[in-house]
Write a protein that binds this ligand. Structure first.
Ligand SMILES: Nc1ncnc2c1ncn2[C@@H]1O[C@H](COP(=O)(O)OP(=O)(O)O)[C@@H](O)[C@H]1O
Ligand SMILES: [Mg+2]
Length: 229
């Protein structure tokens, strides 16, 4: 459902973020994207949602040629692909419920319906108890869940999480990965950028490895034996 053919992205500054990247991701897959800081992970995600246009190559999401997509389809594209950005982008002066309702309000859904939908999703990600709190009152893991909830409001076919465990302790990180895994089990394609080698090595998932903008490996991990001690 996602196909990249020889994609490169250069910025006007001369920075080259991706070069000649080719891969496909099938519907329903769970894929890790790994690579050091600056290797092009976030750029890749911004290309998917047409925040950036590739300098070279083609990106297809389903039938759509993203680089040449007519502007009128961009809102639809961004409903198909839910993104949890590294900085979460939760509004500090809105409650968690209001934050999750916001994308629904923007598309004109009536308040009652939007609230019902937001409540369902907050329940699904297990933070319904915190719905009336403000972001500053939540822990890192809870904030991550709130941002995931907001990314799910349009029931996207693809969910992208950009380093969702970057600021979390090991236990909380695993809980977030478990949540993403559960979302994947419902049929949503999940793509997660991470540096967390424990998580990557423990799960038998596909791993795309970026280094300086190049795809240097595309492999399926075999889970390590858990030590019996
Ligand atoms: N808007 C931009 N303008 C110029 N350079 C950028 C822009 N976005 C990203 N880059 C550069 O592209 C490279 C890849 O960045 P990024 O995709 O953010 O990597 P990662 O998410 O793996 O840390 C870096 O060298 C970064 O400085
Ligand atoms: Mg990044």
């Amino acid at each position: 459902m996602i196909r990249l053919g020889n994609v490169s992205k250069k910025f006007p500054t001369g920075n080259s973020a991706l070069s000649d990247v080719t891969f496909s991701i099938d519907k329903g897959e769970f894929v890790f994207v790994v690579g050091p800081s600056g290797s092009g992970k976030t750029t890749l995600f911004r290309l998917f949602i047409r925040e950036y246009i590739p300098t070279e190559g083609t990106i297809h999401i389903g039938e759509w040629d993203i680089g040449n997509l007519s502007d009128k389809y961009i809102p639809l594209l961004r409903k198909k692909i839910g993104v949890v950005f590294q900085d979460l982008k939760l509004l500090r002066d809105r409650t968690i419920l209001e934050n999750v309702m916001l994308p629904l309000d923007v598309v004109g859904m009536d308040d009652e319906e939007a609230e019902k939908k937001a409540i369902d999703i907050l329940d699904q990600v297990s933070i319904l108890d915190h719905k009336d709190k403000f972001p500053v009152q939540l822990s890192g893991g809870e904030l991550q869940r709130a941002a995931i909830a907001r990314a799910l409001v349009f029931s996207p076919e693809i969910l992208i999480a950009d380093e969702p465990t970057g600021n979390l302790d090991a236990t909380t990180s695993w809980e977030i990965v478990k949540l993403l895994h559960d979302i994947n089990k419902t049929g949503t394609t999940v793509i997660m950028a991470t540096h967390n080698t424990d998580i990557i090595n423990s799960l038998a998932k596909r791993v795309l490895v970026l280094d300086k903008g190049k795809l240097v490996a595309d492999e399926k991990k075999t889970p390590k034996e858990h030590k019996k001690d």
